[in-house]
Design a protein around this ligand. Structure first.
Ligand code: OXD
Ligand code: MN
Length: 593
């Protein structure tokens, strides 16, 4: 036994009495114990050891083909008052949810082992850190939690007899899609997840705790849990400014977090430091600024599309101590996925384990195949990524995927307007994605599937947090995805996005002017440095100042349409939409008339 915490011991006993495992094993975090678990999981086929020369310490796993992504329609916020979950979450009454899941969990671990994983979100010594215990019958989950969080005895030592820890129960059960539930009980600090083995549903420290439960904790304790990357931007003087950025899922957060600046900037001494790629916990500091930590210890990134051009640092990160899930398995014991390179293997096994060749019509890797890799492996990991105090924020950036509406970059007028800018974040389906073109999905602060309470209250919390700090970060919005009339991306993206980040930092430092527009301040085209940019939108059409002018433009007609869509979306939030945000929408309407 690694603890004398009575409540914790009682809870483990209660959960074991319900699920009836053959044995209960406490995870102490030692390499010896983890090695024994890796060996056991290799023996049962749950994971496969990869080529140890090419990919030392790496393993391969396939999920059940019916279980490859987060299941938003089966994710519930179970708080006592339905109104508190709000119109954007599924809700179930706590008693009903516990009763239903108790049926599913009763006896579900018979013949299996229950692992007790003590884990910390945030460096154990950090004042931002919070503890969780995850019970699971999956070694894959133990091994992933070991990469994504800090696990083991040190977490229990820090916790002592405290009752401030999140109770997480995960069981694979029968992997029955119809009985798959991800249940959050924010009032009880509790998460129950059953019938899934996919990371986003079962690594309970991540979306379930660090966003849904933590957002609710932050509301009560005056801090914020956000779906944001964290990065440091170093200038040639060696000064580092930290920014947090929110983008909807699959919009390139991991790529941005570890980007490499263009050669012309690197020569001058600019650098990017990655602090985190998915989640930020943010608190007011004694100095009147907001300070942020990355509560995770690893990256759970999408493999397809990760290649030399999109994210060379991620590729280097996954060369050792990484778990690959649902990618293609090559005959030489290495892995491959679409977008890794232009040389697919002549023969491999696909993510379902079937023989695969480049002639196959189906993909070798599932589009949501993942790597789980330790953050310490990242070549540009910030020396401060585990700083217990976190890093001070100079800027918050919101991003969307918009074909025409949002310019490449604009800055909010003040905090309140910035909260509005975050609240109207949206992604639009483009010709590149499947399905209808031009459908707008509103995703405030990229938190739509992750906010553990009413979205109207969440926006109000943002407004209140701004009042707690005398020197809040500047707020910006970026859109890398403007399309020309041929449906082609105008902006090159990837590392070239650094040119926009540099403008943002200069704005924060008061070093550059801006254009006043109906939606905020945009960059003057001449203030975005294009030195060394070698990008052709089409053969014989190099990107130039006229293109920059086009993607910085604000067309009132598009914004009039957008304002109508925003009004419709806000209508769902009813009287919990803060008056300040409604005012901002009125102002936008007025400005784009
Ligand atoms: C993720 C997501 O996996 O946002 O990070 O879906
Ligand atoms: Mn995410």
């Amino acid at each position: 036994m690694l603890t004398t915490n009575k409540k914790l011991l009682q809870w483990v006993d209660d959960m074991a009495a319900m699920t009836q495992p053959d044995k209960v094993v406490w995870i102490d975090g030692s390499e010896q114990q983890l090695d024994a678990l890796r060996a056991e999981a290799c023996q049962t086929g749950e994971i496969t050891k990869l080529n140890d020369e090419e990919l030392p310490g790496c393993y391969y796993h396939r999920t059940n083909p019916n279980d490859v992504a987060r299941v938003e329609h089966r994710t519930f916020i179970c708080c006592s008052d339905k109104q508190d979950a709000g119109p954007t979450n599924n809700w179930m009454a706590p008693q009903e949810a516990y009763a239903m899941a108790t049926d599913i969990f009763t006896g579900a671990m018979k013949g299996r082992t229950m692992y007790v994983i003590p884990y910390s979100m945030g460096a154990v010594a950090s004042p931002f850190a919070k503890a969780g215990i995850e019970l699971t019958d999956s070694i894959y989950v133990v091994l992933n939690m070991n990469i994504m969080t800090r696990i083991g005895a040190s977490v229990l030592d820090k916790l002592g007899d405290s009752d401030d820890w999140v109770r997480g129960l995960h069981g694979k059960c029968e992997m029955d899609e119809e009985k798959r539930y991800i249940l959050h009980f924010p009032e009880d600090n509790t998460i129950w997840s059953c019938n899934s083995g996919y990371g986003g549903n079962v690594l309970l420290g991540k979306k379930c705790f660090a966003l849904r439960i933590a957002s609710y904790q932050g509301l009560r304790e005056n801090w914020m849990a956000e779906h944001m990357l964290l990065m440091g931007i170093e200038n040639p003087k060696g000064e580092i400014h930290y920014v947090a950025a929110a983008f909807p899922s699959m919009c390139g957060k991991t790529n941005l977090a570890m980007m490499i600046p263009p050669e012309s900037y690197r020569r001058k001494g600019y650098k990017v430091w990655c602090v985190g790629d998915d989640i930020a916990w943010i608190r007011p500091g004694a100095d009147g600024r907001l300070w942020a930590v990355n509560p995770e210890a690893g990256f759970f990134g999408v493999a397809p599309g990760t290649g030399k051009k999109s994210n060379p640092n991620a590729l280097e990160t996954v060369q050792k101590d990484t778990i690959f899930t649902n990618v293609a398995l090559k005959d030489d014991g290495t892995v491959w996925w679409e977008g890794l390179n232009d040389s697919p293997p002549e023969h491999a096994l696909d993510w379902k384990g079937r023989p695969w060749t480049p002639a196959c019509t189906e993909k070798g890797a599932h589009p949501n195949a993942r790597f789980t890799a330790p953050a310490r492996n990242c070549p540009c990991i910030s020396p401060r990524w585990e700083d217990p105090q976190g890093v001070p924020l100079s800027a918050i950036i919101f991003g969307g995927r918009r074909a025409k509406t949002a310019p490449l970059v604009y800055q909010a007028r003040d905090w309140q307007h910035g909260v509005f800018v975050g609240s109207i974040m949206a992604s639009e389906t483009t010709a590149a994605a499947s399905g209808a073109v031009g459908v707008v999905r509103r995703d405030p602060m990229a938190m739509l599937p992750f906010c553990g309470y009413h979205l109207g209250d969440y926006l109000n919390h943002w407004l209140q947090m701004g009042k707690l700090v005398s020197n809040p970060p500047e707020i910006f919005h970026v859109n890398w995805f403007r399309l020309n009339d041929d449906g082609k991306f105008i902006w090159p993206g990837y590392g070239e996005n650094f040119r926009v980040l540099e403008w943002i930092i200069r704005r924060c430092r008061g070093e550059v002017g801006a254009e006043t527009t109906p939606i905020g301040y945009t960059a003057k085209p001449e203030d975005i440095d294009l030195e060394g940019l070698d990008y052709h939108i089409a053969p014989g059409k190099p990107f130039g100042p006229a293109d920059l002018k086009e993607i910085l433009s604000v067309e009132k007609a598009y914004w009039r349409d957008d304002a109508a869509g925003i009004r419709e979306f806000f209508g769902k939030l009813g009287d919990r939409l803060p008056a300040e945000i409604a005012d901002e929408l009125d102002k936008l309407d007025e400005n784009v008339k």
